[in-house]
Design a protein around this ligand. Structure first.
Ligand SMILES: [Cu+2]
Length: 477
């Protein structure tokens, strides 16, 4: 039986805005640096299991009211009464047990985006039946990789995620970038109707481009305050939880370090002035505090992602203000362990073509993989231990962020130009008319794995396929 420990409520650096009313989900962070703003609404899932290497938590999806800013609330779907849902924290090697309860009026699942879980725990359409209203499901898996990940439904995503069902996952390992403090920032945008609620699905234009709303939120709040001390190094774990919004993130043109992407720390940090996150993407940045009194706009720069979709002028997300006692500035960050290219000699090759068209009879937009709409897309077949080498071809003008469930892959080339850095990813940009070559190797987790465009309207209109990894045949003695 699940143990109920006294609820922990703490303020100060980790400010909780509604500490008294959200149920027993809050707990101190587990082993990381002290968190800080903009976490006004961010809490941590409480570990109810005293064992050192087991994280056992309760998660409930239910309708609720989402506070975007003081006095501005919308009807929402929430995990444990919050948007974002509480942070799931673990260490590499931990067993995670999630007792999930569906208190929605519709079926749902939980997908653990980026975690290499067993297929039966992945929450995808082929791996589990949706949890019915009132139903329960226990997710159980071991976390193998350090990094920033996230969880969200894999049922009717453009409604359920848009309405607030998403939360972040932090897994810590042996090689963590050094910083004074760290935070998680979940980026999202909303379209509201005349009554001030989240708008119903839109017209053909929205179906085609995917929803991009004018109301920007960071951790569920409009322009949450953010501060940094002069010389302080902050680690920002950033998740793009938007339906279709690309974030070309800038800190007022200032330089910052990118130290990690989807699958954790990079061998070589990069000094950047902007970084792009496609839907579903994660990056980790190190930001060093400027002189006291300086303020930087945290903004999303204009970006054209094809067919008129994207942002035409910069969108303010929040402002970072430098204040407080100065700290000793740090030297350039060290990298993580070296990453090697996966050998691809003798690899099994596949081509995955993304395309789109307007059906003149139904006037619906059809998004396709290899000329078919899901679920009619012929499955691809892998084998445990056999390297896969896929050529992703975007036959359309619009960009389609590619996401593979269950496995990290390396991007080997873009339009025939080899990449220099063998970073492991699960969600990447696929530009209009671009050809991208990726490689990966299935480990022993057989099952049906999804791959799809992460623009939610596109996946719902067919841009998804399955990759089947069969059971490994047992060898005769
Ligand atoms: Cu797409």
């Amino acid at each position: 039986m699940l143990k109920r420990l006294p609820r922990v409520c703490f303020a100060g650096l980790f400010a909780l805005s509604h500490c008294g009313d959200a149920g027993p989900t809050e707990a101190p962070p587990r082993g990381g640096p002290a968190p800080f703003g903009p976490e006004a609404t961010l809490t941590v899932l409480r570990d109810d299991n005293p064992a050192a290497n087991i994280v056992e938590v309760s998660l409930e999806a239910a309708p609720g009211r989402w506070t975007l800013s003081p006095g501005r609330t919308v009807d929402a779907l929430m995990y444990n009464g919050r948007v974002p849902g509480p942070l799931l924290e673990a260490r590499v090697g931990d067993t995670v047990v999630v007792h999930f309860h569906n208190a929605l009026t519709v079926p749902t699942t939980v997908h653990w985006h980026g975690l290499r879980v067993p297929a039966s725990m992945d929450g995808g359409p082929h791996s589990q039946d949706p949890v019915p209203p009132g139903g329960r499901f226990t997710y159980r898996f071991v976390v193998n990789d350090a990094g920033t990940f996230w969880y969200h439904p894999h049922v009717n995503e453009s409604r359920q995620m848009e309405a607030g069902l998403y939360g972040a996952i932090v897994v810590r390992g042996a090689h963590e970038p050094a910083a004074d403090v760290e935070t998680v920032m979940m980026l999202d945008d909303l379209t509201l109707d005349a009554q001030g609620n989240i708008a119903a699905p839109g017209d053909l234009v929205e179906q085609h481009g995917g929803r991009e709303g004018p109301v920007a939120v960071v951790n569920g709040r409009s322009a949450p305050p953010m501060t940094i001390a002069p010389g302080q190094r902050q680690r920002w774990r950033i998740v793009n939880a938007g339906s279709a919004r690309f974030y070309r993130l800038s800190l007022g043109g200032q330089t910052f370090w990118q130290v990690a992407s989807d699958a954790g720390a990079w061998a070589t940090p990069r000094a950047l002035r902007e970084v792009l996150l496609v839907p579903g993407d994660r990056v980790e940045l190190l930001v060093d505090g400027p002189a006291a009194g300086a303020s930087w706009g945290v903004e999303n720069l204009a970006y054209d992602r094809g067919h008129g979709a994207g942002l035409r002028s910069p969108m303010a997300l929040t402002t970072l203000v430098s204040e407080g006692p100065a700290m000793t500035p740090r030297s350039p960050p060290a990298g993580g362990p070296p990453t090697r290219w996966l050998p691809v000699e003798g690899a099994h090759v596949e081509t995955v073509r993304f395309s789109e068209r307007i059906n003149r009879e139904t006037e619906a937009v059809e998004f396709m993989v290899n000329g078919r709409q899901y679920p009619d897309v012929p499955p691809l077949h892998g084998q445990v231990g056999r390297t896969e080498r896929w050529t992703l071809v975007n036959e359309s003008e619009m960009e389609h962020p590619f996401h593979l469930h269950g496995f990290f892959f390396q991007v080997r080339s873009r339009n025939g130009v080899a990449l220099a850095d063998p970073a492991w990813e699960d969600t990447i940009q696929l530009r209009g008319h671009e050809t991208v070559e990726i490689a990966f190797q299935p480990d022993p987790r057989p099952g049906h794995w999804m791959y799809h465009c992460h623009i939610l309207e596109h996946v719902e209109h067919g841009m998804m396929g399955t990759f089947i990894v069969p059971e490994t045949p047992s060898r005769d003695p």
